[in-house]
Design a protein around this ligand. Structure first.
Ligand SMILES: Nc1nc2c(ncn2[C@@H]2O[C@H](COP(=O)(O)OP(=O)(O)OP(=O)(O)O)[C@@H](O)[C@H]2O)c(=O)[nH]1
Ligand SMILES: [Zn+2]
Length: 457
């Protein structure tokens, strides 16, 4: 390799490193002063071949990276950076030895910690010890990036100075991306100091995990608690682009979505309602059966959480849904009224569009072909679809094999008899029952079982 800066940086070993984020190529570099550096690489990071690769220049931090310290956010950033690179299946992380303690070394950093225990901030502690606030140099890092061909990069960092220094050394930083790592109580003052005194990006630059997911981005890391739960629960939906068809249903333990009279208020609880609103917020369209609209008069909007309303799609082969239904009158969201070729369907209001699809008789009932409905929606740019109810409609889509995922919430209620939930022509053989990998979420008193139908063997 070319020794750009005369520091004798040389690639001396190549191997692989399997990690929680996948397997990386690992290169070892001899550096100045006998320090070895490491680069973890995924894919071809040569900048002349396609988009500028993601690059993380990670400053060594024994306490954060290896010991899980919460005085800083280094360990979490390290993991988040590897996750981001793995998500794109392309990128490099240069682990910069000699950067420990912003270049002052481990024991000096610990002395700086002791001064911070006594009240100094992270900048003043360095100055008090006779060091600059930041003593890191980037020549060796730049040499390694040149060796990898990564000379035009998208940098994973909150530190504008890092980008400027790399730019000065011939590594063009075309953009900088903040890693989604949340502040913790133990490091909030330290991070705040870096933002105030070291030009680090303000926390406001980072939208919360739910907002990020609403824009189609799965955060690589979220603080433990609600944020992490949301990313864990809904991240897989966001990561899957269109087309995506999911369904949800809430039913009693004995399989009913309402009592005999149709009384359905409420089978499942508050948390399942919030969950339903999150699903609505993550799709382009929500599909319901006409019978459900007539019986329950749902609004089908996103109210319990931040998010945009999906297009409402009412499947009504005979055009029987009451014209007073909220979805036809409230104008809260565009509404598609899907009816058969002969149904009478005068347009009730400006936000409602009528779509005619062929009707077929299946199982003694007239209905639409689920695949044809999805194809028609896709043609209209509605590729991410939630089939929301009632029991028959969800069962039709399930039996037709068009669902990628089913969220089936069971409530600790025994209704005895009533409006059925999931029902379809089964088989005499248990071996032919529908099974799939599942995840389970406790939603208050209810349990939501997520069937990953797309992953069925
Ligand atoms: N001297 C000193 N170094 C610290 C302190 N806390 C963390 N470090 C070191 O700071 C380095 C990481 O720098 P950060 O300021 O966290 O972040 P950055 O690398 O500038 O920017 P990012 O790319 O966004 O991570 C690591 O080498 C840590 O060991 C401290 O209080 N004093
Ligand atoms: Zn650290």
């Amino acid at each position: 390799m070319t020794d750009l800066h005369g520091l004798g940086v040389r690639r001396t070993v190549a191997t692989t490193l399997p990690t929680a984020h996948g397997t990386f190529q690992m290169y070892g570099y001899d550096g100045a002063g006998g320090l070895g550096h490491v680069a973890l690489v995924m894919g071809d990071v040569d900048s002349s071949k396609g988009e500028a690769p993601l690059v993380r220049v990670h400053s060594e931090c024994l306490t954060g990276d290896a010991l899980g310290s919460r005085r800083c956010d280094c360990g979490e950033q390290l993991q988040a950076a590897l996750a981001e690179i793995a998500r794109e299946e392309r990128g490099a992380l240069v682990y910069a030895r000699g950067h420990e303690g912003r270049g002052i070394g481990l024991l000096a950093k610990l002395r700086a910690y002791a001064l911070q225990d006594a009240g100094l901030d992270t900048v003043d502690a360095n100055l008090e010890l006779g060091y600059p606030a930041d003593a890191r140099t980037y020549e060796e890092v730049a040499d390694i990036l040149h060796d990898l061909g990564a000379t035009r990069v998208r940098l994973l960092s909150s530190n504008p100075e890092k980008a400027e220094r790399l730019d000065d050394l011939g590594v063009e930083v075309i953009s900088r991306h903040i890693l989604a790592v949340a502040d913790r109580p133990e490091n909030a003052f330290y991070l705040d100091t870096k933002r105030r005194r070291m030009r680090h990006d303000p926390i406001a630059a980072l939208p919360d995990p739910w907002t990020q997911m609403l824009t189609g981005h799965v955060p690589a890391y979220a603080a433990a608690g609600t944020d992490a739960t949301l990313v864990d629960r809904y991240g897989p939906l966001v990561a899957t682009g269109a087309p995506l068809t999911i369904a949800q249903l809430g039913q009693s333990m004995d399989g009913f979505i309402a009592a005999r009279s149709g009384d359905a208020e409420f089978v499942t609880g508050e948390q399942d309602r919030t969950h339903l609103h999150r699903l609505r917020a993550l799709v382009d369209a929500v599909v319901v059966g006409g019978a459900t609209v007539s019986a329950d008069d749902p609004r089908l909007t996103v109210r319990a959480v931040p998010g945009a309303n999906p297009v409402r799609v009412v499947l009504d082969p005979a055009g029987r849904v009451t014209r007073e239904a909220t979805v036809f009158t409230d104008g809260e969201a565009p509404t598609l009224w899907v009816v058969g070729p002969d149904a009478s369907a005068e347009t009730p209001a400006g936000h409602v569009k009528v779509l005619r699809l062929p009707v077929r008789a299946a199982g003694g009932r007239a209905g639409f072909d689920p695949a044809a409905v999805l194809a028609a929606l896709r043609e209209r740019g509605l590729g991410r679809v939630l089939v929301e109810g009632g029991g028959r409609l969800v069962s039709d889509f399930l039996a037709a094999g068009v669902l990628d995922r089913l969220f089936l919430t069971t409530a600790p209620l025994l209704i005895g008899d009533g409006v059925p939930g999931i029902r379809f022509d089964g088989s005499d053989r248990l071996a032919e029952a529908i099974g799939a990998p599942v995840r389970r979420f406790v939603l208050g008193q209810d349990i939501c079982t997520e069937f990953d139908l797309a992953a069925r063997g």
